[in-house]
Design a protein around this ligand. Structure first.
Ligand code: G3I
Ligand code: 9MR
Ligand code: ZN
Length: 542
C-alpha cells in the first residue's frame, strides 16, 4: 500500500447522490476536475475555496465542492498532479458498510464457534467457556459464557455492552427499514430482524451477569491480565473473574434490559418479560444502594477498568427506559428527581450516558410527559446540535471535534456527534442542515481526514490494516477482520508505539500499527454509533 498521504481527501466509499459533496484539499488549491473513472472524462470542473490554516490537522486546507455531480458511478478528483482515491456516487453508498459494521459484532462473539460459513477465513473455535470466579468469594463460580468480546482484548464489560446495545436498539426503533436486509449470521429467520438476534446474543450473556441473590450486576468479566497480543480467543485459558458489582453497571444494565423488554415484546413475549424482570430487579438493587458509586479495579485485576465516578446519569437513563416501557409513575418521578440534578444529559459514551435517558424521554410517545421538562430537554438537545454545526463550520475537515476531543476512541466521539445531530433533527426544523453536518462526520471517518485513511477495516481505498485486535493478529490471515471502526487519533498518545507522535497536531496522532492500543484498537461501542448513523441514511432511501 502506498502510504504517502494524498493531498486530496474524499470519503473513500462514496457520497449519496443528492447530498452535498465536498473534497478537502491540503497543500493544493485552484482549479480541480471531477473525473468519471471508467472513461477518464471530466464530469465537472470547479475552483476550490481559499486555503486557510487548520490547527487541528496542522495543514493548509481548502474545499472543493462538487455537489452538482449526481450521475451515479465511480469518480476521482484531480488537481494539478494530485489525484484522490476513487469513490462512488450512488443513491445508497453505505448499505454494505452498514451490514459489515453490524457483522463486526458477530465476529466478536464469545463462547461459540465462528464457523467458516459465516466467518470465512476469520473462523475460530469457541472460547472462554469455563465458569467464572466471583472476586472476593473465591468458592463461588458462575456460568457466564456468551456475549461479545469488548474489543481487541477478550474482556466483557457491562457499561460498554450497554452503550453498544443502546445504539443498536435506538437505530432499530427509529430506522427499522435499515435492517430489512439480512446480515449473514446463524440465527437469521423470517421473523426477527438480524440486528435483534445479534443483540440477543449479548443480552443473554448480560442476564448471567446479574447476581441472583441481590439484583446487582457484576461490573465485568475478564482474566486477571490481558493475554498476549497473538493469542487467539480459544487459546486464552486463564481463569475468568467477575469483578465486584457496581452501580454504573447495574443501572446501565437496568436501562438496556428495559429497552429489550419493550423491543422484544412483539417477537418473543417470554424473553421480553425476562428482560423486564431483570431490569426491575436491578432497579430494586439501585434503590437499596443509593450511596454506592464508582468502580476501581481490585488490586489483582489489571484489565480495562471502565471506571466511572458518576452513576446519576445511568440511574436517570434506567428510570427513563423503565418509564417508557412500563408507564409506571414511580419511574417517572425518579426520572424527574434525577433530571433536576446536574450531570451531562447529552452524552452517549460508555461512562457519561445521560443522553440515552434524555432521548428516551423525548421519544416517549407511549406515556404522558411533563411539558416543561420535555421542552427543557428538547431545547438542550437542539442547543448541543447547534454547537456542533458551529464547530464544524470552522474546521478544515468540516468536523465538530474540538482539540480536547481528540482522545482515546475519538472516532466514537465523531460518530456520537453525528448521532446527536441526527437525533436533534427529529425535533427541529433544521433537519436538513443537521443531517448534512452529520454526514460530514461520516466523510471524515471514511477517508476525508488529514491522514487520508479510512478508519474502518476492509473498506475504502486506504483502510486501517493493523488494528490492535488479537484475532486479527493471531489468525494468520493477512487482512484484518473486516467491519471494525478503529479508535482514531489520540493527542494523549498513550502507548509506546505512538510516543514519537507527541507534539503533532491532534488529528495526526494516529498510527496504523497493531501495538497502538491507544489509537488503533477496535471496540463494540465504536462500531455501534456508526451503525446508528448509517441506519438513518439507509432508512430514508426506501
Ligand atoms: O475524560 C478525560 C478528559 O476530561 C480529559 O481532558 C482527557 C485528556 O486526556 O482525558 C479524558 O479521559 C480519557 C478517557 O478515556 C475518556 O473516555 C482518558 O485520558 C483515557 O485514558 C481513557 O481511555 C479509555 C481507555 O480504555 C483507558 O482507560 C478509553 O476511553 C476506553 O475506550 C478504553 O477501553 C479499553 C478497555 O479499557 C479495555 N478494552 C479495550 C478498550 C478500548 O481500548
Ligand atoms: O491489549 C490491551 C488493550 O485491549 C487495552 O485497551 C489496553 C489498555 O488497557 O491495554 C492493552 O494491553 C497492553 C497493556 O495495557 C500493557 N502491556 C501491553 C499490552 C498489549 O500490548
Ligand atoms: Zn471468548
Amino acid at each position: 500500500m502506498n502510504s504517502q498521504p494524498r493531498y486530496i481527501t474524499v470519503n473513500q466509499i462514496g457520497y449519496p447522490k443528492d447530498a452535498k459533496k465536498v473534497a478537502v484539499f491540503s497543500e493544493q488549491n485552484g482549479q480541480f476536475q471531477v473525473v468519471y473513472e471508467p472513461t477518464g472524462e471530466v464530469a465537472f470542473e470547479g475552483t476550490t475555496s481559499e486555503p486557510f490554516f487548520d490547527e487541528l490537522s496542522g495543514t493548509y486546507v481548502c474545499h472543493a465542492d462538487f455537489t452538482m455531480v449526481n450521475e451515479e458511478g465511480p469518480y476521482y478528483i484531480k488537481c494539478n498532479e494530485s489525484t484522490s482515491a476513487t469513490f462512488t456516487i450512488t443513491k445508497s453508498p453505505y448499505n454494505e458498510l452498514h451490514t459489515s459494521l453490524l457483522k463486526g459484532l458477530y465476529f466478536l462473539r464469545c463462547g461459540m464457534d465462528l464457523e467458516e460459513e459465516f466467518a470465512g477465513p476469520w473462523k475460530h473455535e469457541k472460547c472462554h467457556l469455563t465458569e467464572a470466579i466471583v472476586y472476593g468469594e473465591e468458592n463461588l463460580r458462575i456460568e457466564t459464557s456468551g456475549g461479545w468480546h469488548d474489543a481487541g482484548d477478550y474482556g466483557k464489560y457491562i457499561g460498554p455492552g450497554a452503550k453498544a446495545l443502546a445504539d443498536l436498539f435506538l437505530a432499530y426503533e427509529l430506522y427499522p427499514k435499515a435492517f430489512q436486509d439480512s446480515t449473514p449470521i446463524p440465527e437469521t429467520d423470517a421473523i426477527t430482524p438480524d440486528v435483534l438476534h445479534e443483540c440477543r446474543y449479548e443480552l443473554e450473556w448480560m442476564l448471567k451477569m446479574q447476581d441472583v441473590r441481590s439484583g446487582g450486576v457484576y461490573h465485568k468479566l475478564t482474566t486477571l491480565e490481558f493475554p498476549g497480543l497473538d493469542v487467539m480467543p480459544e487459546d486464552d485459558r486463564d481463569d475468568l473473574y467477575l469483578s465486584p458489582i457496581s452501580a454504573t453497571a447495574t443501572a446501565s444494565f437496568s436501562a438496556v434490559m428495559a429497552m429489550a423488554g419493550r423491543i422484544y415484546r412483539s417477537f418473543d413475549q417470554a424473553f421480553s418479560k425476562k428482560c423486564l424482570h431483570a431490569a426491575v430487579y436491578a432497579w430494586d438493587w439501585l434503590q437499596q444502594h443509593p450511596e454506592i458509586s464508582g468502580f476501581k479495579n481490585p488490586p489483582s485485576i489489571k484489565t480495562g477498568e471502565y471506571g466511572d465516578g458518576q452513576d446519576m446519569d445511568e440511574r436517570y437513563w434506567a428510570a427513563a427506559e423503565l418509564y417508557r416501557t412500563t408507564g409506571e409513575i414511580t419511574y417517572h418521578e425518579w426520572f424527574q428527581t434525577y433530571a433536576s440534578q446536574s450531570f451531562p444529559k447529552y452524552e452517549f459514551g460508555w461512562a457519561d450516558n445521560g443522553g440515552y435517558g434524555t432521548i428516551s424521554y423525548l421519544l416517549n410517545k407511549e406515556h404522558p410527559v411533563i411539558d416543561e421538562l420535555y421542552m427543557e430537554l428538547k431545547t438542550g438537545m437542539l442547543r448541543e446540535a447547534d454547537k456542533l454545526v458551529c464547530e464544524g463550520k470552522t474546521d478544515g475537515y468540516l468536523l465538530s471535534l474540538k482539540e480536547e476531543e481528540y482522545i482515546w476512541g475519538s472516532n466514537m466521539i465523531v460518530m456520537n456527534h453525528a448521532m446527536i445531530l441526527i437525533l436533534a433533527a427529529h425535533f427541529s426544523e433544521k433537519e436538513e442542515i443537521f443531517s448534512s453536518v452529520a454526514l460530514d462526520h461520516v466523510h471524515y471517518l471514511l477517508g476525508r481526514n488529514v491522514l487520508d485513511i479510512c478508519y474502518v477495516t476492509g473498506f475504502g481505498d486506504r483502510p486501517v490494516m493493523n488494528p490492535h485486535h488479537r484475532p486479527s493478529i493471531g489468525d494468520n490471515v493477512n487482512e484484518p477482520v473486516p467491519g471494525f471502526v478503529s479508535g482514531g487519533p489520540n493527542k494523549g498518545v498513550q502507548d509506546e508505539a505512538v510516543k514519537h507522535l507527541i507534539g503533532l497536531p491532534p488529528a495526526q496522532c494516529f498510527l496504523d500499527h497493531m501495538d497502538s492500543y491507544s489509537t488503533n484498537e477496535i471496540t463494540i461501542y465504536w462500531n455501534t454509533p456508526a451503525v446508528f448513523v448509517l441506519s438513518n441514511w439507509i432508512h430514508r432511501d426506501f
